[in-house]
Design a protein around this ligand. Structure first.
Ligand code: NI
Length: 254
C-alpha cells in the first residue's frame, strides 16, 4: 500500500466529491494519508478529516505565507491542536521568499516558534521551503532539528542541498514535479538521495504528475510518481512503494 505523506483534501477543489474520493483510496492502493495543515482553519479541517477516516492523519501548523495570522493567543490554540491523537506532525511550517508577504522576519519568528512546539510535542516537522534554502537550513540546524526530524516537503533545491538536509536527519518529499519534462533537478535529487530517505507525496490538489499535469491532483496519481522514481533508481515500483511506506511510518512514528 502507498503512503501519501502530504495532501490537502480540505481544499475547496474537493468540495464536490471529497467523501467519495477519500472513501475510494484504500481500494486503489492508498493505505495512509497525511492531510497537511497550512493555517489554523485548515489544521482544524485536517483534524476533522482524520477523525472521519481511520487511514487519514493530520498535521498541525501554519504555512510561512499564512504566518502573519499568528499571535500569542492563537498560538495556544495551535498547541492544543497538536495534542490531538491523530496529529502526527507539526507543519507545514518554514520559509517562502517567493512571495513578498509576510516579511522574512515574521516568517522566521513563527518558523522558530513552531519548531520549538514540535520539540515540546515530540513530533516531526513538515517543512515548506521555497527560495529560502540557506535560511531554512540555518534555522533548522540552530534549533537542533535533527533530533526533531521530519521532511523537506516538495523538495525544490539542488542534489547537494538535499544531501545536507539528509545529513541533518531529514527525509526528502518527492511529488509530481519528478515526472515533468523540466523536472531535471528533482530527478538528479532522486538519483543522489538514498531511497531510504525519500517520501512519496502529491501536495494535492496541486502539482499533478504526467500524464495528468495541469489537472486537479489526488493521491490516485501516486503510482506515476513511484514509477518515475523506480525508473531513476533502477528498482521495481513495488520496492519504491514498500520502502517509502516504511520511511513514512518511521518518520510519523506510526
Ligand atoms: Ni502542501
Amino acid at each position: 500500500m502507498i503512503f501519501e505523506t502530504h495532501a490537502h483534501y480540505d481544499n475547496e477543489a474537493f468540495d464536490a466529491d471529497r467523501d467519495a474520493l477519500l472513501a475510494s483510496l484504500p481500494a486503489n492502493g492508498i493505505g495512509s494519508v497525511v492531510n497537511a495543515g497550512a493555517s489554523l482553519d485548515s489544521t482544524a479541517a485536517s483534524i476533522r478529516l482524520a477523525e472521519t477516516y481511520p487511514f487519514v492523519y493530520a498535521s498541525a501548523g501554519v504555512h510561512p505565507s499564512e504566518s502573519a495570522e499568528l499571535n500569542e493567543e492563537n498560538f495556544a490554540q495551535l498547541r492544543e491542536q497538536c495534542r490531538h491523537r491523530k496529529v502526527v506532525a507539526v507543519g507545514e511550517i518554514g520559509l517562502d521568499y517567493y512571495w513578498d508577504e509576510p516579511e522574512p522576519e515574521t516568517q522566521k519568528i513563527w518558523f522558530a516558534r513552531q519548531l520549538e512546539l514540535a520539540r515540546e510535542m515530540q513530533k516531526p516537522v513538515i517543512i515548506h521551503s521555497r527560495d529560502a534554502a540557506k535560511d531554512t537550513y540555518d534555522i533548522l540546524a540552530a534549533h537542533g532539528a535533527g533530533e526533531i526530524g521530519g521532511v523537506i516537503h516538495c523538495f525544490s533545491y539542488s542534489p547537494e542541498m538535499a544531501l545536507e538536509y539528509v545529513k541533518l536527519g531529514f527525509y526528502i518529499g518527492v511529488g509530481g514535479v519528478v515526472t515533468f519534462k523540466n523536472g531535471k533537478k528533482l530527478k538528479d535529487v532522486v538519483k543522489a538521495v538514498p531511497l531510504e530517505r525519500i517520501l512519496l507525496e502529491t501536495d494535492s490538489p496541486y502539482l499533478s504528475p504526467e500524464p495528468n499535469r495541469g489537472k486537479r491532483n489526488s493521491s490516485l496519481n501516486l503510482p506515476y510518481i513511484a514509477q518515475k522514481i523506480a525508473q531513476i533508481k533502477g528498482v521495481s515500483p513495488e520496492e519504491v512503494v514498500a520502502v517509502t511506506h516504511r520511511n513514512a511510518r518511521q518518520m510519523y512514528r506510526l
